[in-house]
Design a protein around this ligand. Sequence first.
Ligand code: PHE
Length: 458
Amino acid sequence: MSIPREKWGTKLGFILAASGSAVGIGNIWKYPHMAGQNGGAAFTLIYLICIFVVGLSIVIGEFALGRKTQLSPVGAYLTIAPKSLWKWVGFLGVASAYVILSFYGVVGGWIMNYAFLSMKGDFELLSGNPEASSQLFNAFITSTWSPLFWQLLFMFICIYVIVNGVKGGIEKWSKIMMPTIIIILIVLAVRGLSLPNGLSALTFLFKPKFADLSASAIVLALGHSFFTLSLGMGTMITYGSYLKKNENLLSSALWVIGLDTLIALIAGVAIFSTVFALGADPAEGAGLIFVVLPSVFPEIPGGQIWGTLFFLILFMAALTSAISILEVVTAYFIDQKGWSRSRATIVFGGTITIVGVFCSLSLGDNLNITWFLGMSFFDFMDYLSSKYMLPIGGMLMAIFILKTWSVEEFLREVYVGMDSKKISSQLVTILLSIGALVIAFIILNEIVEKLFGSPIIG
Ligand code: PHE
């Protein structure tokens, strides 16, 4: 006798869990620094187009595949196309989860440490001094034990939430953390805008200067739209598999995409208003969060509290995403191998943590394999997943709907729970085809750059 599948308690719970997966380090860390380095508003505009044109149909595709089959990726592909090679796309998703979570857990640990440092008032020493801040950050991430301690703690919390199940763990915590993130982020943005010169952040983020629009920014925005919506590895298939038949997939997808975009933009406002008010460099890049912000927070009144709140919500955002990544692996072992939830989560959460230990160590002198990979193991895992695994997974899923499942069958599933049944199958075919082609081009562009030293565009 099989155990009935776990289900989300409410539609709101599902939307908050799925947007919790989407909203993560990608929104609060990657988007602002990418926009900062690529012309601000021009990048934002392209990013928005990519999210709605390429992202929307693939989010709905993943939800529909999960809900139709009530299974996580491998089982989902196997149900619709038994005895075919499609199940390997599911396996690719499980492998991507391993790769992403190994470095994501390390960054999650850094964030927890920074929340703690801010709370203790340690940013005081960095006030107005980005060099000191940069030294502190580098000394921390290249050291051996401290980042490992924080990574282990982060992964432990992640495992704890998942062991408690879909409704009692993932949904329960997303319902607490997502509203907290939104409220605190709005407060931080208003606080930032009220600082002298804070309003220039709005011009920077929202007034496009088309001269700034470079080809490389377009490629970057496309790639990032995948990462930020958690697409291409079956996270949304897995979350969709816990849905009841009466939910409206189109409106759910619009909610998830809307919240993800809104939160990235508010985070951009909160960060750039503070950066502009204190005359720091918006194009600092990856160090914007860990280097620039700790040196500017102590300069604003109540900076200790603002800094702590900022890293606290960043931690929550990272956690709700990490949970969704581990859930893909856990669900595979529950669905296909009949393991219990706690056994699957502990065993695989544990092994992913061990791979993460190597990611962390690769940033210091302990495990230097840069000579072999051309980059640190940490950067390699990030590169492999965001440049290849997720886009390939997303492209293959779009092709799967177009060629194997069929747009008609896909729409039949989408219509369940919807009042209007008037989505044009031509439009869906066009959107999925554009999605697949665009992704194929990005991957090709990347490969050409690797092989020949310069990309086709960018
Ligand atoms: N969407 C998450 C972020 O923006 C990252 C993520 C990627 C989560 C893939 C799940 C799957 O940080």
